[in-house]
Design a protein around this ligand. Structure first.
Ligand code: C2E
Ligand code: MG
Ligand code: MG
Length: 399
């Protein structure tokens, strides 16, 4: 077998030469070094195939991410090996990004790494090639990891409160899944949702955290107005038994369907419109609410709202972020307030982080909102403590 062509893209002169020397001592003779972004792109374009691209991603400056995207577009790269000292959650997100960009990821090495680590990672390209395109499993949770975590009850509900922006009264909470990982600590959905979906675990995980949340919220004295929102992935909506399983769970937990909001992203509808619609109609008939999440980021947003039996629209947080910088965003929110009123649907602004954004949304008469200004997602106990402290007027936000 011919020696693989390995391209090193690493800014630091000493590191690149140490790495090249290690590779050569491991028997990899065909090692190329790129000193700059332009040099690396040129190499990718001129080589017939780069067997392994080794790229260092520094946490201070993530410009290598642009390089990875560009390199993928302009050349023939078989596998990717990253070197990064970033935190565990960023490393998991990097692995996701590499997969989305179409790379076969051999691993993410943390410095200092041994020659043996380097060898094992690089040698992986042969088995990956033999197996064909596959998930980059290094540093990503495997099906077994997720199955084990689900059995151990490591997936837990976190909650972010939703407030009436006029009275600042809490009107509900969004359930956001977290993985209480025994070694890595608390992980957000970016670290595991895609993998869970790939291995068909997401449904079990959703029902597990939803059951925990219904149980917890159902036993607090939160009043009839308080609604729990749950995110349901489009892939789950294609299963026509979904609405029955939700109905059974609500009945078993003695939770009023009217107090449950099903949040789905509009892009999901495009994939399985018929099954989605059928499930949503059943859920509405049962009494649940239906919310369109991240509204304004997908295609044909308004068309979707007209077609779907939704009771709520959640404006994507990009609108909130742009409110103070961009007059057009102000106009967009203003129109969304009017539109939602006209069609009798509740409007929620996501991602409120500052008093200024809150003031602007109040001025525009946006009725409901959530965001870090009030509270980040927190565990159930913390949510209850926060609500109790607010009642005594001590706090506006948690953390
Ligand atoms: P989402 O449903 O749109 O949830 C809002 C996301 O924005 C959450 O991220 C939340 O922590 C974050 N966020 C809230 N307020 C602010 C703010 O003021 N500023 C900023 N920058 N961010 C804010 P998180 O928890 O990482 O969840 C990300 C996405 O993962 C969610 O987006 C949802 O699509 C998905 N997800 C979360 N839990 C579940 C779940 O149980 N099932 C499914 N299928 N998806 C879930
Ligand atoms: Mg949501
Ligand atoms: Mg959202």
């Amino acid at each position: 077998m011919t020696s693989p062509t390995i391209l090193i893209y690493e800014d630091h002169f000493l590191s690149q030469h140490l790495l090249a020397a290690s590779l050569k001592s491991l028997g990899f003779q065909n090692v190329l070094i790129a000193n700059s972004h332009a040099d690396a792109i040129e190499r990718v374009k001129t080589e017939k195939e780069i067997t392994v691209l080794i790229c260092t991603v520094t946490s201070a400056d993530m410009r290598e991410l642009n390089f990875l995207r560009e390199a993928r577009e302009c050349g023939n790269i078989d596998s990717l090996l990253l070197i990064s000292d970033a935190s565990p959650d960023i490393r998991v997100a990097l692995a996701q990004l590499a997969r989305h960009a179409g790379y076969t990821l051999l691993g993410i090495l943390r410095r200092p790494y041994s020659k043996a680590d380097l060898h094992t990672a690089i040698a992986g390209y042969r088995s990956k090639r033999a197996l064909g395109p596959s998930m980059p499993l290094f540093e990503m949770p495997s099906a077994d990891d997720i199955g084990r975590a689900a059995c151990n009850g490591e997936f837990v509900p976190y909650y972010q409160p939703k407030l009436d922006l006029c009275t600042l009264e809490v009107v509900g909470a969004e359930l956001l899944m977290r993985w209480q990982h025994p070694e890595l600590g608390l992980l957000g959905p970016a670290a595991f949702i895609e993998v869970a979906k790939h291995f068909n675990h997401l449904d079990t995980m959703t029902f597990s955290v939803l059951e925990q949340a219904l149980n917890f919220i159902g036993t607090q004295q939160l009043g009839d107005r308080f609604k729990l929102s749950v995110n349901i992935d489009a892939a789950q909506l294609k299963d026509l038994s979904l609405h029955k399983r939700i109905r059974n769970l609500l009945a078993a937990q003695k939770f009023r369907p009217a107090n449950l909001v099903i949040e789905i992203t509009e892009t999901g509808f495009l994939e399985f419109p018929e099954a989605c619609l059928e499930n949503l109609i059943h859920l509405r008939m049962l009494g649940c609410e239906v919310s369109i999440d991240d509204f304004g980021t997908g295609l044909s947003s308004l068309q979707r709202v007209c077609e779907l039996p939704c009771t709520e629209i959640k404006l994507d947080m990009s609108f909130t972020k742009a409110l103070l910088k961009n007059n057009r965003s102000v106009a967009a929110v203003e129109h969304m307030v009017k539109f939602s009123n006209d069609i009798g649907v509740q409007l929620v602004a996501e991602g409120i982080e500052t008093e200024e954004q809150l003031n602007m949304l109040q001025k525009l008469k946006c009725p409901i909102g959530q965001g870090y200004l009030f509270s980040a997602p927190v565990c159930g106990e913390k949510l209850m403590r926060w609500m109790a402290e607010r009642k005594t007027g001590r706090l506006l936000k948690t953390n």
